[in-house]
Write a protein that binds this ligand. Structure first.
Ligand SMILES: [Zn+2]
Ligand SMILES: [Zn+2]
Length: 343
């Protein structure tokens, strides 16, 4: 089968590889029907994910059809259409039992797919702990509708959940990339009084204005004043930092009102400064992340009910054989790309 592979730093190649086999009674093999490219794939390509193993098939955003299951798998059967979770988790350790599946202590736990074990930019993928990692897609939900459930939509849902958004709140979302938009959509489900999106790309701001006209938008330079002018208590009640740019961590806590929750979803390339003397008396609560992707079933139900629709994010489509071109467009952010569907 064809598998897009991390060969060495700076180089991915579409290689011919054997089809994956079951290795454990809890495994499933899934025929990938649709996949996507995530910014984390680019981090692997650029060598900034030390855990990534050269030779590994990349890709951790995908949906497919169960081809084969191990003898201990009970929740899915061959023929089922499924979403695949970015995270591998056992479901039994201390962290899994408390819903902190990102911290699963299993040797293969955490973000393994497409990083430490073969992923889904391929025709088939082996999924460990299939009972945890696969969720059945309702018949009325298409592959495109379900594509982001296991990764960026799970991240947005988790971010909105831990941020304790109420209907009284003014929520600031910093960053309108794919994960920022998913965070926005999941925040909208909480019906806060007001949502402000801060983004520097005019193209992405236009996307937000066009698709979500009820959301207020601002650029990073004017963000502080804008939030002050559009909130009642000296800043946003909740801030979600999904940009991970040079100054966006600082912007996040500066835009927060006293006693706000600041949730950091972004993954930074470098350490960030937490200047406690400058924020003394502001009494902020920081929550930092690594998605706990354990809400996929609920997310699929919300999609089925028409409450979440991420299909506008899919701006480009390519077959697996043209994945090089898909990467070129995604990586260079050309042609108004937000997300690419491969399949
Ligand atoms: Zn990802
Ligand atoms: Zn676990």
């Amino acid at each position: 089968m064809l598998a897009y592979t991390y060969v060495e730093k700076g180089r991915f190649e579409l290689l011919e590889k054997p089809r994956p086999q079951l290795k454990d009674a809890k495994d499933a093999v899934v025929r990938v029907t649709l996949g996507s490219i995530c910014t984390s794939d680019l981090h692997i390509k650029h060598g900034s994910v030390p855990r990534a193993v050269p030779g590994v098939t990349v890709g951790h955003e995908m949906v497919g059809v169960v081809e084969e299951v191990g003898t201990d798998v009970v929740t899915v059967r061959p023929g089922d259409r499924v979403t695949v979770n970015v995270e591998t988790f056992c479901g039994e350790c201390f962290f899994c039992r408390h819903g902190y599946v990102n911290n699963c202590t299993d040797a293969e736990g955490g973000w393994a797919l497409g990083c430490r074990i073969d992923g889904g930019q391929a025709e088939y993928v082996r999924v460990p702990y299939a009972d945890q990692g696969l969720n059945r897609i309702p018949d009325s939900v298409s592959d495109e509708q379900a594509l982001f459930v296991g990764d960026i939509l799970a991240t947005g849902f988790w971010a909105a959940r831990i941020s304790e958004v109420t209907e009284e709140d003014t929520v600031l979302v910093i960053g309108a990339g794919p994960t920022g938009i998913c965070t926005l959509l999941c925040t909208m489900l909480k019906r806060p009084k007001r949502i402000i999106v801060c983004e520097k790309s005019p193209e992405r701001l236009r996307f937000i204005r066009e698709h979500y006209p009820e959301v207020l938008v601002t650029g990073p330079e004017s963000c502080r004043e804008f939030v002050l002018a559009h909130s009642e208590h000296g800043g946003a009640d909740v801030v979600m930092e999904v940009a991970g740019a040079d100054n966006t961590f600082r912007l996040a806590w500066e835009c927060a009102r006293p006693n706000a929750i600041v949730t950091v979803v972004a993954l930074y390339d470098s350490p960030q400064i937490l200047p406690l003397p400058d924020m003394y008396g502001k009494n902020l609560t920081f929550k930092t992340g690594g998605v706990d992707g354990c809400d996929c079933e609920e997310i699929l139900r919300l999609i089925e009910a028409g409450k979440i629709d991420t299909t506008p994010l899919i701006t480009h489509r390519f077959p697996l054989s043209e994945i090089e071109e898909a990467y070129r467009i995604f990586e260079n952010r050309t042609d108004g790309v937000i997300k690419v569907a491969i399949g």
